[in-house]
Ligand binder design. Sequence first.
Ligand code: 13P
Length: 258
Amino acid sequence: MKNKIVAGNWKMNTSFSEAEDLLVAIAEGINDMILETDIIVCPPFPYLEMAADVSEESGFLVGAQNVSSEKAGAYTGEISATMLKSAGADFCIVGHSERRIHFNESDEMLIKKVNNLLDEDIIPIFCIGEQLAERESNKQFQVVENQLNNTLFHLPESDFERIIIAYEPVWAIGTGKTATPQQAQEMHAHIRKLIEEKYNLKTAYSTYILYGGSCNSKNALELFACQDVDGGLIGGASLKAEEFIEIINAAETCIKNN
Ligand code: 13P
């Protein structure tokens, strides 16, 4: 069994000093742990450099939450992949449903974002997942397949191998309505099968597929214990160091139990 990944998506939360406190608390919390889990912390842009500094003394990795679809130039307010890399980010969330829904991010934009990140050697954490109405009409498998076909499956194998996938059912994000372990496992196995059909068994096996959506210290263990769930992308519960560390502990327990 491969290791797990626990990634924290702070979204648009924390002031500078709150971010500093949280980073230090995470660093201290994992200080004495011999970790087999990869921990990725994704704070807002202004705190990336601070996160990178704290991470040097600690065992976590740093990611951003978004990147521009453009490379450089006259795009006021945008943040390029080159900037992320120079600020210390080695990962970046792309295609989060909050960006697709509130900022109208299209498949074309997502493709450009992934390409820009890969050009800078930043690993995309690519989010896919169905809306509530789609699940209620049993279209979730088709929706996720379309998302993969439209945004990732054009990549050559050597690039696809560098992607982390996060399955985040939109109805589970920030709602307290977590997918059941059965629902998560079923979808993760489906995603892995699609990767195998498009690429091959080795790539399908080695691709990390994280679960996201109301994952917390109470449900992390049963979700992470599912065969095809390689860890979690955590929103609200990543904003409290103790809670985040308990989720990391759940991932460690799963690794040790296998
Ligand atoms: P919550 O854990 O707050 O539901 O958010 C999940 C998420 O969107 C992570 O990217």
